[in-house]
Ligand binder design. Structure first.
Ligand code: NCD
Length: 330
């Protein structure tokens, strides 16, 4: 898939479809902006209203708890109006194409669409036909989940200013995971020393899917000496056949327990993008333990998404039609 689609003629980010190809400098600029916005909005403060007058539409064709609420809160706190488009009662169920739905909503002067869809490539498809609005990928199939990658990088950066000595393990259903893909893109761009991928054979990716990673079969070997442990959910809804055995067996081989975690580095961070299945991929005491930064990930989702929204739609971003309209206000 072309990543050029994300940039305008001046090389500015126009859509956010994937972190692949974004580069260290641009990623660090987004993370720096996220930190600045986190500070500006700390303790419920009313921070800069960078999206005042903007309209953002959530287009979620798949279920979501944290991503949708996080985008909505980020946009509202920056002063935007947010519409949660109700797919279930929309004309997409009457055979209208996604492109026509987009054109219709764009005609109502939407400035951005936050898109989640089960098929890889849907946000890119919409970006290719958007007239003026920005498209932000909130997760497509197993392709990408770029804001999750950013918030994960931000959470790690809060503990490690330098990524170069870090060893990271990602364990679980790698094959079906867009989070794994976006995490690998962002962590590679930021220069981590090693990324290990681990999971049952049936849930491992094809070797050439992740050329920059080391694939390890046994979790005990994979976790040894790691600074960051990222656990993934078993994505039953994306499994075509029954690819693994029962959950108890899965937990005994790939579950993150306190005992296993002791084999990682002494202060290893425990991460999970959610939703978590306690007792399947992670033990409850580890999910709630002192090394867990799972709720920090959730909290960081808001400033990370604010940073992306502000970069795509904020006042420092030239949007000819919008500024012409603003200039004519008496
Ligand atoms: C993930 C998703 O939907 O991609 N969750 C999230 O957005 N934080 C991971 C999952 O569904 O397991």
């Amino acid at each position: 898939m072309s990543t050029d689609l994300q940039f305008d003629a001046n090389g500015n980010l126009r859509h956010l479809i994937t972190l692949e190809g974004l580069g260290r400098e641009r990623i660090n600029a987004l993370l720096d902006r996220a930190v600045a916005l986190r500070t500006a909005f700390a303790d419920g403060a009313r921070g800069p209203q960078l999206l005042a007058g903007r309209t953002i539409i959530n287009l979620f064709f798949e279920t979501s708890t944290r991503t949708r609420s996080s985008f909505e809160l980020a946009a509202r706190r920056l002063g935007a109006s947010v519409l949660n488009f109700d797919i279930a009662s929309s004309s997409t169920n009457k055979g209208e194409s996604l492109e026509d739905t987009l054109a219709t909503l764009e005609a109502m002067q939407a400035d951005a669409f936050i898109v989640r869809h089960r098929e890889n490539g849907t946000p890119a498809r919409l970006a290719a036909c958007a007239r003026r609005a920005a498209i932000l990928n909130a997760g497509d199939g197993n392709h990408a989940h770029p804001t999750q990658g950013l918030l994960d990088a931000l959470t790690i950066r809060d503990h490690h200013a330098d990524f170069s000595p870090l060893k990271v393990v990602i364990c679980g259903d790698i094959r079906h995971s867009r989070v794994a893909r976006s995490d690998v893109h962002v962590l590679s761009a930021l220069g981590v020393r090693e990324i290990r991928l681990c999971g049952p054979t049936a849930l491992m990716p094809k070797a050439d899917d992740f050329p920059q990673c080391v694939l390890v079969d046994e979790f005990d070997a994979a976790i040894a000496g790691c600074d960051v442990v990222i656990m993934l959910r078993l994505q039953r809804e994306r499994m075509i056949e029954a690819l693994i055995g029962d959950e108890a067996e899965y937990f005994s081989r790939f579950g993150l327990t306190a005992q296993r975690l002791r084999q990682a580095g002494p202060d290893a961070l425990v991460m999970h993008p959610g939703p978590m299945n306690r007792g399947v991929e992670i033990a409850s005491d580890v999910a709630d333990g002192w090394q867990s930064v799972i709720l920090d990930q959730v909290a960081n989702g808001i400033p990370a998404r604010m940073a992306v929204l502000a970069s795509l739609l904020g006042p420092d971003r030239a949007m000819p039609q919008a500024s012409a309209a603003a200039a004519s206000i008496p």
